[in-house]
Design a protein around this ligand. Structure first.
Ligand code: 5GP
Ligand code: ZN
Length: 114
């Protein structure tokens, strides 16, 4: 399958690994938009949240748990962090393998997005 993130999981495309277990893989984003920008992805190819099925319910919970675990391990759990999932075209999803952005290391603003 021609999927960048599947290739990253398989080790065919190099990545800077942050965390790995049977279900998920986490690595640094190649084009960070915050001082800390980590991507957490399921090893299974799921196109996006929009394609999620009931059988993936636990997996998504696990991804969020792993995000917090990484935040604790890297020491930004207390200061806070932001998790983003871009789902589909309107959200601006560019890589069609479900992923969660874990952003930290700065204070984020909140408001109307462009
Ligand atoms: P999206 O816009 O789909 O939510 O986010 C895709 C993210 O994947 C972007 O932040 C982009 O920088 C990152 N990305 C795309 N290709 C690669 C790659 O080959 N390696 C890494 N580490 N990140 C990538
Ligand atoms: Zn994939």
């Amino acid at each position: 399958m021609d999927c960048i993130f599947c290739k990253i999981v398989a080790g065919e495309i190099p990545s800077k690994k942050v965390y790995e277990d049977d279900l998920v893989y986490a690595f640094y984003d190649i084009n960070p938009i915050a001082p800390v920008h980590i991507l957490i992805i399921p090893k299974e190819h799921i196109k996006s949240m929009c394609e999620m099925e009931e059988k993936h319910e636990k997996l998504v919970g696990h991804i969020l748990f792993v995000a917090h675990k990484i935040a604790q391990e890297q020491g930004f759990a207390e200061d806070g962090y932001r998790i983003i999932n871009n789902c589909g075209e309107n959200a601006g999803q560019t890589v069609m393998h479900m992923h969660y952005h874990l952003l930290a290391g700065q204070k984020f603003s909140w408001g109307k997005m462009d």
